[in-house]
Design a protein around this ligand. Structure first.
Ligand SMILES: [Zn+2]
Length: 81
């Protein structure tokens, strides 16, 4: 362990750094909702992969909860009457 024996030349440094740039991610169109998503991954917008739903969408879960709550509230009101 210690200091490097020689200073790296500008060209060595620049050649090494030529591989450090960040690339834009490859995007593919979702066959279900046709939005741009990452390949080989479930669609972030509709949760589809290989033509079927594999991941539940948070908005759907929240909407279902909301409808459940409303139904329960209606039941409670009906009981009070
Ligand atoms: Zn999709």
């Amino acid at each position: 362990m210690g200091l490097p024996a020689f200073r790296r030349s500008r060209s060595q440094v620049r050649r090494a750094r030529s591989h450090l740039a960040i690339e834009a991610p490859q995007l593919t169109k979702c066959p279900n909702c046709s939005k741009l998503t990452l390949p080989h991954r479930a669609c972030a917008f509709c949760g589809f992969y290989k033509g079927r739903q594999v991941v539940a969408i948070k908005a759907d879960i929240l909407a279902k909860r909301e409808t459940k709550r409303k139904k329960q509230e209606e039941k409670a009101k009906a009981k009070k009457k």
